[in-house]
Design a binder for this molecule. Structure first.
Ligand code: HEC
Length: 103
């Protein structure tokens, strides 16, 4: 699978979140999800280009502990609503293109 990325920091996808601020906040996510949103750990998902609604929902589920994961719950606890919106805007603004397997 070939994945290419482009970052469009000037145009946040969600008016509620600031992608530029999100890029700074993503420094605490990069060890696992990368600053490019591509997983850096075998057990971590890619989050590049993730729909903003889904992203916010997922983080809030870790916060509420209705979705449980040791590391993500700790991370989510430290995030404010604005942090979550900014991070969602940043990761959501990463464009991903994919190539299907030849057969
Ligand atoms: C120590 C590693 C680690 C760090 C740091 C980390 N994550 Fe995660 N993240 C994970 C793992 C592992 C999962 C999958 C957890 C599960 O099974 O539910 C995950 C899941 C997620 C998901 C859900 C993805 C999906 O497809 O459902 C989101 C969104 C997410 N992380 C965002 C973040 C953000 C934003 C940060 C930084 C503020 C962050 N993560 C920091 C390891 C990490």
């Amino acid at each position: 699978v070939l994945v290419t990325l482009g970052l469009f920091l000037a145009s946040p996808v969600n008016a509620a979140g600031d992608a530029k601020a999100g890029r700074q906040k993503a420094l605490m996510c990069q060890g696992c999800h990368g600053l490019d949103g591509l997983s850096k750990q075998p057990d971590a998902p890619h989050i590049a280009g993730q729909p903003v609604l889904y992203f916010v929902k997922a983080i809030n589920e870790y916060k509420a502990k209705s979705r449980r994961h040791e590391q993500m719950s700790i991370v989510a606890e430290s995030l404010s609503e604005a942090d979550i919106a900014d991070l969602a805007a940043y990761y959501g603004a990463i464009t991903v293109s994919v190539e299907l397997p030849a057969r």
